[in-house]
Design a binder for this molecule. Structure first.
Ligand SMILES: Cc1cc2nc3c(=O)[nH]c(=O)nc-3n(C[C@H](O)[C@H](O)[C@H](O)COP(=O)(O)O)c2cc1C
Ligand code: SF4
Length: 435
């Protein structure tokens, strides 16, 4: 397969790529100049025609989201979601640390289209270096007159601030993010009202992911038709994919959404194959929250639709983590359950108790004290929490149940065999200690 000409990562490897001077010398900040000559409604139409679907996980079309803003609003706020807390995911980090001005240009374009007066970048607390890189770029943009009052000498003004999170996964959920930005606990809100109607500081608010916004300068520069020509029609445009685990070249790669999980793992210009002759046992292809594939399912396409054909929640963050045949699936199960058990914010009973039970059950299985019926209890718990059955405020428990449910269903024989091979009497001994 021919290698992909990078679009979002075109400045990766270029010396001093984070500076305004280098970004501008490579065609940067031309798109925003063009946008300011057009009406906001016209820009929204262009983004709708490009079918730019959100890269933050849900795949909702950006232009459609923007058109939900009330027509009679007087103030609008934009939130840039740079929380990126989904395990094995680091696309946003790579974009920020290699090309912060691309994100700033995309942010100005989105702010103009939505007529937002302020853009808040909500950044994952652990991104220390990336925070300084982005802040420096924002300072440069202000000094050049690209941010602040009268952007590029136009009538349009927008302020931009970076707010650093304190390390909670749930603050990536858009209303948890909004609460946290308001200085409160990052507890997701009941919807409706949706942020477009009543969001940050009770004002109409748009929340978009870093990668979604980074696509905007290219859509404006090269047009919606060019964008929809990349990859399948329902999953248009360039996409960043991450791959980690025992592959030769773990990293972040760019391509169209016509590649498969196998391509991402095996292609020389991507993961480069499994290291040291290891064999694939399982792959979590969309961050862990979307669920797991068996080694026989890795021909799944990394687009917005195909993951559902394999019982997954969706494309998610398109960050794949590979598990090899030497890894004990019980420890994988436990790692996942522990993550959600500690990240539930605790507002909803089913999520708070369910993730905690799943963590306890998965822990005892991993300690060699599991019972075969524990697998059924895990499945039953998973069926009784989440937004899908309408039992929670946010999607965190859906993200908790898909990996556990798919792992138990697709790898039941292996898990059962491991449980049955446990040291006799260990279950009782461990349960005595745990109780
Ligand atoms: C538990 C949870 C965590 C999330 N974390 C993130 C995140 O770290 N970054 C992100 O962009 N979206 C995250 N999302 C999705 C956001 O709620 C929202 O859909 C997204 O920021 C919208 O941007 P987009 O339309 O550009 O994708 C998360 C959702 C849930 C339920
Ligand atoms: S579903 Fe879970 S994480 Fe989301 S608001 Fe409820 S308790 Fe918090």
């Amino acid at each position: 397969m021919a290698s992909f000409e990078p679009i979002l990562l075109r400045n990766r490897g270029v010396e001093n790529s984070t500076s305004l001077e280098v970004y501008a010398s490579r065609g940067g900040y031309q798109a925003v100049r063009k946008v300011l000559q057009r009406s906001p409604a016209d820009v929204i139409e262009e983004v709708k025609s490009a079918n730019l679907r959100g890269r933050g996980g849900a795949g909702f079309p950006a232009g459609v989201k923007w058109s939900f803003l009330p027509k009679d609003r007087t103030r609008t706020l934009l939130c840039v979601n740079a929380d990126e807390s989904e395990p094995p995911t680091f696309c946003n980090r790579v974009l920020i640390e290699t090309d912060p001005h691309q994100l700033i240009e995309g942010t100005i374009i989105a702010a103009y289209a939505t007529q937002s007066q302020v853009a808040y970048v909500y950044m994952r607390g652990e991104f220390h270096e990336q925070f300084h890189i982005l802040q420096k770029a924002i300072d440069e943009a202000y000094a050049a007159g690209y941010l602040g009052k009268n952007v590029f000498g136009s009538e349009f003004s927008v302020e931009c601030y970076v707010h650093r999170g304190a390390g909670a996964y749930v603050c990536g959920e858009e209303t948890g993010l909004i609460e946290s930005l308001e200085g409160k606990r990052g507890w997701p809100r009941i919807k409706p009202p949706f942020p477009a109607v009543e969001g940050l500081f009770a004002l109409p608010t748009v929340v978009n992911n870093v990668e979604t916004l980074s696509c905007l300068p290219h859509i404006i520069e090269r047009g919606a038709d060019w964008f929809t020509g990349i990859g399948p029609a329902h999953s248009a445009g360039p996409k960043l994919f991450c791959v980690s685990g025992p592959v030769n070249k773990p990293g972040c790669y760019e391509g169209a959404m016509d590649i498969t999980v196998r391509d991402l793992i095996e292609r020389d210009d991507m993961g480069g194959g499994m290291m040291d002759g290891k064999e694939i046992r399982a792959v979590f292809p969309g961050g862990i929250s979307m669920g797991v594939l068996t080694a026989d399912e890795i021909n799944m396409k990394l687009d917005f639709d195909d993951p559902r054909n394999f019982g997954l929640l969706g494309l998610g963050t398109a960050a794949a983590v590979v598990v090899d045949t030497d890894t004990d699936l019980r420890s994988v199960l436990r790692n996942i359950a522990r993550f959600y058990g500690t990240e539930s914010c605790g507002q909803c009973t089913q999520c708070r108790e369910g993730t905690s039970w799943m963590n306890k059950i998965a822990t005892r299985i991993a300690m060699g004290a599991g019972r075969v019926e524990d697998l059924d209890i895990l499945l039953e718990t998973a069926r009784n929490m989440g937004m899908m059955p309408g039992l929670s405020i946010c999607g965190l428990p859906d993200g908790a149940t898909f990996p556990i449910e798919t792992l138990v269903k697709k790898f039941r024989p292996e898990l059962e065999a491991a449980i049955l091979a446990q040291e006799p009497g260990r279950a009782e001994a461990v349960l005595n200690v745990l109780n």
